[in-house]
Design a protein around this ligand. Structure first.
Ligand code: PMP
Length: 361
């Protein structure tokens, strides 16, 4: 068996020790006589898995006690729909800063009973930049301000937490959570689909300041209510237990590797190496994002034409570097280099890029 270096944007590569542990637990979890995926979520085995996962995530990300942590099915898009329902009341304004495809997706999930204000957008700049904070047109009394911390497709990343005054800052950290130290207390809500840095697809993490759970929000079913989910410790209904368990293993792996400080260091090394290869190629490879806000996690780049792009994708696959084809929205190439991607994987990609250019440049 050969495992390739997998640059997929999500579902993304999982650490091999996590997969091996899951493989070992697949037929029988500890002495339970069954796999964890076959056991009740209310039984002692899964309850222990769930609480260890929360404790480990709290330690990893540095989540203060006045924040609740929810593990929910439905991915990040569902949270984009639940956030407005839970945090805003009828007729209230919600502010959004749009810096890429996922910020635009978030806009589409806002309930029509609310007033949506796009406070800033870099769309006219093809999402190559993040609008300067001074240009944002925030609404006094807005229910919250939403940003996308890292844009997975367009490859932009906030390098600083913006100051938005009294409104809670709500941030989509799907593709960058746990990749560098984060001051959670600057945010009202941090949410993330797990399938990039935190583990497998099928579970999303919502880190929410407890006072926000008390907001009335819009009339909604219980299953869409964060406060009710919190009261039931994310087990209002059957949770995605296998995915939650795999995420828990991934948290343990990240802690054992040195935690977010270590992943921040590795991310710097990987991103620097890859952007240097692109910028040093004399224009053969191009990344058009403002260098001040280039993502450390998702690196989109372009070759001179479509033929070379297809050739790059097929030859890289043969070289053991998979899932490099860019998103259909942008085309080109995209390398996603999350926590589970080792430095050696990026080195192998950079070596391949040099070689490919030599043969085709
Ligand atoms: N936000 C970001 C930043 C993403 O990268 C993605 C998925 N790639 C989403 C939201 C949507 O996530 P999901 O598919 O889990 O709904």
């Amino acid at each position: 068996m050969t495992r390739a270096y997998n640059f997929a944007p999500g579902p993304a590569a999982l650490p091999e020790p996590v997969l091996r542990q899951a493989q070992a637990d697949m037929l029988e979890y500890q002495d339970a006589g069954a796999s964890i995926v076959e056991l009740s979520h209310r039984g002692p085995e899964f309850v222990a898995v769930a609480s260890a996962a929360e404790a480990d995530l709290r330690k990893l990300v540095g989540i203060p006690d006045d924040y609740a942590v929810l593990f929910l099915g439905g991915g990040a898009t569902t949270q984009q729909a639940l956030l407005p329902l839970n945090l805003a009341s009828e007729g209230q304004t919600v502010d959004y800063v749009v810096t890429g495809h996922w910020g635009k997706t978030a806009l589409k999930q806002v309930d029509s009973r609310l007033k949506l204000n796009v406070a800033a957008s870099s769309e006219s700049d093809h999402f190559h930049s993040i609008p300067a904070r001074e240009t944002w047109k925030l609404t006094p009394g807005a229910a919250y301000v939403h940003v996308t911390a890292n844009e997975t497709i367009h490859g932009t990343e906030f390098r600083h937490t913006p100051d938005v005054g009294d409104a809670p800052l709500v941030a989509d950290f799907s593709s960058s959570i746990a990749s560098e130290p984060l001051d959670v207390s600057r945010y009202g809500v941090i949410y993330a689909g797990a399938q990039k840095n935190l583990g497998p697809v099928g579970v999303a993490v919502v880190i929410i300041r407890r006072d926000l759970l008390e907001r009335a929000g819009l009339p909604r079913a219980e299953i869409f209510n964060y406060g009710v989910h919190n009261k039931h410790e994310s087990m209002l209904n059957t949770p995605p237990s296998w995915n939650w368990y795999l995420a828990g293993l991934t948290f343990k792996w990240m802690l054992a590797e040195g935690g977010v400080a270590e992943f921040a260091r590795r991310s710097q090394v990987k991103a620097k190496m890859l952007y240097a290869a692109i910028d040093g190629s004399g224009g053969f490879y191009r990344n058009e994002v403002d260098p001040a806000v280039r993502s450390r996690m998702n690196v989109p780049f372009f070759l001179p034409d479509e033929t070379l792009t297809s050739k790059f994708v097929s030859e890289s696959k043969v070289a053991g570097l998979i899932s490099l084809k860019g998103h259909r929205v942008l085309g080109g190439i995209r390398a996603s280099i999350y926590n589970a991607m080792p430095v050696e994987g990026v080195r192998a990609l950079v070596d391949f890029m040099h070689d490919f250019q030599k043969r085709n440049g």
